[in-house]
Design a protein around this ligand. Structure first.
Ligand code: NIG
Ligand code: FE
Length: 386
């Protein structure tokens, strides 16, 4: 096939002028063999943070749960301490290699959340770093304010007071400075209640921002249905999602973002209701959730594999999750597909059929990455064989 790119967008496709996105995801054979896909869209990440939590990984292997560690002041709050202590430049330096790893495996659009600052200044600092990452590297960065990620120690006895700070100071300031594209909340027994989540959603909407939610990860709080009632872009995690939640999401057009990296690293056993999501026609996005606690994984095609092996997605569903459906979860439906008029974000892979992307776990298969019509990565011919 041939793709004509002009001014950063796809201007022509041959032999057909338009492609069904699934066909475009499929066998677009090129030159000397290989597969072309849309650039990958990672619609849920926490790439900006300081430090790491390898110690907690070991604690969990010895039997402590993620929730136990969080209640004891570790978990997210341990990354908050490190992130508050880091300067903007230090955060940038630590986040860069993570983002480079995503790009080297085909990502052309990534969402980056705040949520490890939990003060006005530190949340804005994180968002600024996320914006700077998008200026430094050839990738589209969408930013999300996740001020309501955990209760900071200084508000330990006043969780509503903290929500007030998120609603009355963080959201307005981040919106006024143009630092934020959406607002997220961690709605969970160890984080914020549905009532508090609703307050944050209302504040976001007052500032014209779309919402999304970390929902039903550890328990069913009906957070997905709540988010759907606010027209949420996506509800993410969803291991404990029930049928009423699925139905609410289907009716609202809210995308289900699956995060198999967190499921894998926490050694979860409760599977998200994939069959129900299929039955109700809820689009399933797939993302890295790259973060220091539950998913220290910056390897998108590994996540395709995990989505298939752990959640039984088909390779095609997994790829759609990291392209068209990921884009839909960001409110950017023109991305994640190869079509005339769409931004020319394309990946050319050294594989023979699309399913191989999810089948094998192998870095280095990206031959060429095109971002907004420009070749931003080109691998020299790899030696044949392994
Ligand atoms: O998506 N669940 C809440 N937030 C992140 C984890 C953050 C962390 O543990 O640092 C998640 O899994
Ligand atoms: Fe997350």
């Amino acid at each position: 096939m041939a793709v004509l790119v002009e001014g950063g967008v796809v201007a022509g496709l041959w032999p057909e002028s338009t492609f069904d996105p699934w066909q475009a995801l499929g066998a677009v054979e090129v030159g000397r063999g290989g597969v072309m896909t849309p650039g990958l869209v990672d619609c849920h990440s926490h790439l900006v943070y300081a430090g790491n939590r390898a110690g907690e990984f070991e604690q969990r292997l010895e039997g402590a749960s993620y929730a136990d560690i969080a209640r004891a002041g570790g978990g997210i709050l341990s990354t908050v301490r490190a992130t508050r202590a880091a300067s903007e430049d230090e955060l940038l330096a630590q986040a860069l290699p993570r983002l480079q790893a995503l790009l080297a495996d085909g990502v052309t659009t990534v969402e980056i959340k705040s949520g490890y600052g939990l003060t006005l200044a530190d949340e804005l600092k994180m968002l600024r770093v996320a914006r700077r990452l998008g200026e430094l590297l050839p990738v589209r960065v969408l930013t999300t304010l996740l001020g309501a990620h955990a209760l900071p120690p200084e508000f330990a006895a006043d969780s509503d007071g903290y929500i007030e700070l998120v609603c009355e100071q963080m959201i307005p300031a981040a919106a006024a400075e143009g630092l934020v594209d959406a607002v997220d909340v961690f709605c969970e027994s160890i984080a914020f209640s549905p009532a508090q989540t609703a307050r944050v959603f209302q504040a976001a909407q007052r500032h014209g921002l779309r919402v999304k939610v970390h929902a039903e990860q550890l328990s069913n709080q009906s957070a997905s249905a709540l988010a759907a009632s606010y027209g949420a872009l996506s509800a993410d995690h969803l291991e404990f999602l029930d049928e009423a939640g699925v139905q609410a999401m289907a009716e609202a057009g809210t995308v289900a973002t699956l995060l198999p990296g967190a499921f894998h690293c926490l050694r979860e056993t409760q599977l998200p209701p994939i069959e129900l999501l299929r039955r109700y026609g809820v689009p399933m996005a797939l993302a890295s959730d790259a973060n220091p606690g539950t998913s220290p994984i910056c390897f998108p095609t590994l996540l395709l594999n995990l989505a298939c092996t752990l959640f039984r997605l088909t390779p095609r569903e997994a790829l759609a999750g990291m392209t068209a459906h990921g884009a839909q979860a960001l409110g950017l439906p023109e991305l994640g597909r190869i079509a005339v008029g769409a931004p020319a974000d394309l990946c050319l892979w050294d594989i023979q059929q699309p399913a191989e992307l999810a089948y094998a776990v192998q870095p280095g298969r990206l031959r060429q990455r095109i971002y907004q019509g420009r070749i931003s990565y080109h691998k020299e011919d790899a030696p044949h064989g392994c």
